[in-house]
Design a binder for this molecule. Structure first.
Ligand code: ZN
Length: 196
């Protein structure tokens, strides 16, 4: 079994966790940055993490679902480990997540939600709404990294490989800014060059 210590080492080695001074897409600052796509870059590692997450589920699962984009690789690997079908929703023109490409969920299906990182739980909540609309039953929420403060999404506990909570600062209250350390924008969204 992959311990939290071994996983953290792997996350650092692959650049999925960075320490420094970062400007997040929200505009807030942090001393740590997580980009799970880096640890999933190698298919064998993604498969291993999928197996580790799947081993934490001890209930019947009919289907696995992951929100786009970050959750799709790890969700697919969990589905492979469980030998169950995988599907993903997409954002429609109204910005809401919905099922497209012929993907459907049947009423009473038992559905497992898999994410790479859960921070606010907002996206997971949107997936839960899709399940509710279809009458499907959520049987669990898995994540590689749980960064949430509550460790649950609408009363469903998050089962993660690692819990990493760290402070996020408003720019004016950032201790690294106060020390004059240069800040970087590592986000996946297009952004301007690093600022100081
Ligand atoms: Zn700062």
């Amino acid at each position: 079994m992959l311990t939290e210590k071994k996983l953290l080492k792997l996350l650092y080695e692959t650049g999925a966790v960075l320490d420094g001074h970062f400007i997040l897409s929200s505009g807030k600052h942090a001393g740590r940055y997580i980009q799970c796509a880096k640890v999933l870059e190698t298919p064998r590692r993604a498969e291993l993490l999928g197996r580790e997450l799947a081993a934490r589920i001890d209930t019947e699962v009919d289907r696995v679902i992951s929100p786009p984009l970050g959750g799709i690789l790890i969700g697919y690997e969990v589905a492979r480990a469980l030998d169950r079908p995988f599907l993903f929703p997409e954002r429609g023109v109204d910005g809401k997540l919905c099922l497209r490409r012929g993907f459907t969920l049947q009423a009473d299906e038992r559905v497992l939600i898999v994410e790479d990182v859960i921070t606010t739980g907002r996206t997971t909540h949107e997936v839960l709404e899709i399940l509710a609309d279809c009458g499907a039953t959520p049987v669990g929420v898995l994540a590689i990294v749980d960064r949430s403060s509550t460790h649950e999404v609408t009363e469903i506990p998050i089962c993660s490989l690692i819990t990493l909570t760290f402070p996020i600062y408003e720019p004016e209250a950032c201790p690294m800014c106060a020390q004059g350390l240069p800040a970087y924008r590592p986000g996946s969204r297009p952004s301007l060059a690093a600022t100081h």
